[in-house]
Write a protein that binds this ligand. Structure first.
Ligand code: AMP
Length: 306
């Protein structure tokens, strides 16, 4: 690993190749002017800037975005911010896992340059009154089940885009509708940012990695596996020639019904661009599931091409 910390003399560092029991941590900054100064220095060195927005409680899915940014950009800013405005009043904002020290240790080996973890009060000042409202792709599915969620997401992502001014920003397909919302935001507001959507990272048994998986008991985790199975069943059916969206949806529901502790919130087999219902699978479609396993809400999806 290169000694990127040279010049950041205020922060002690170790070099993993010198002593494998130590790992190199990225630089943690909490203030906007500090992160902007670091980004300006990287820009002066001619580096492109990659942004990976996260809410922390990092896992291999997040790290895959950081690695991709590292491959494609000279300087990667990972943000860790549990954004209060995207949680509904009855959602898990208060108990959402916050694991900053572990996150920094996990980011070390990826070579993330800077971690920006602002305080909530610095992101949303006491007079904050501006929000991004989106129609269209923000309305169905997640938008309907979680009123205000995409308003919060679009607002914080626009703010992060303005704070960091990245050339590229990295998001996961795991939150597929969110990626469409971000693409729409960038197109509609003429933001000079390339949105990169990276594949969903899964456990070997097919469970999509999620910060919320830590909530699952062993029995709940077993039920949660039905989500991945249902998506694989959908892919098999389309691959073997099934073109009726309703038949694919029904087969997915049948798989989900085998998990006694799982309650489906929505199951969609829809146009992958518009998220609108389709009868015939004659283009790329999105198969998406939101389900509660006990009190934990999980989402997952796959794209199906005829
Ligand atoms: P979050 O911390 O949940 O807001 O997620 C931050 C980013 O990581 C989002 O762009 C997510 O889509 C992405 N992400 C979350 N889980 C995964 C996963 N299993 N594989 C790939 N990306 C993911």
């Amino acid at each position: 690993m290169m000694l990127k910390a040279v010049g950041w003399a205020e922060r002690p560092f170790t070099h993993s190749s010198m002593n494998p029991s130590f790992s190199f941590s990225p630089r943690l900054v909490t203030k906007l002017d500090e992160v902007r100064a670091a980004i300006a220095a990287a820009r002066r060195d001619g580096k492109t800037i990659g942004l990976v927005p996260t809410m922390g409680a990092l896992h291999a899915g997040h790290l895959s975005l950081v690695k991709r940014s590292r491959q494609e950009c000279g300087f990667t800013v990972t943000t860790i911010f549990v954004n209060p405005t995207q949680f509904g009043p009855r959602e898990d904002f208060a108990r959402y896992p916050r694991t900053l020290q572990t996150d920094l240790a996990l980011l070390g080996p990826t070579g993330a340059d800077v971690v920006f973890a602002p305080e909530a009060g610095d992101v949303y000042g006491p007079q904050h009154a501006t929000y991004v409202e989106m129609h269209g792709v923000a309305e169905p599915w997640e938008g309907r089940c979680r009123p205000g969620h995409f308003r919060g997401v679009a607002t914080v992502v626009l703010k992060l885009f303005n704070m960091v001014a990245p050339d590229r920003a990295y998001f996961g397909q795991k939150d597929y509708q969110q990626s469409l919302v971000i693409r729409r935001l960038v197109a509609d507001l003429d933001l000079p940012i390339e949105v990169c959507v990276c594949p969903t990272v899964r456990e070997p048994d097919g469970l999509a990695l999620s910060s919320r998986n830590v909530y699952l008991s062993p029995a709940e985790r077993e039920d949660a596996l039905a989500i991945g199975r249902a998506l694989r069943r959908a892919a098999e059916l389309v691959q073997s020639g099934q073109r009726e969206a309703a038949a694919v949806a029904e087969a997915m529901r049948a798989v989900l019904a085998t998990a006694p502790g799982l309650r489906v919130e929505y199951l969609a087999v829809v146009d992958a661009e518009t998220l609108q219902a389709i009868a015939t699978i004659d283009r790329t479609v999105l198969a998406a599931i939101a389900a509660f396993v006990g009190p934990t809400r999980l989402i997952d999806n796959t794209l199906l091409s005829p």
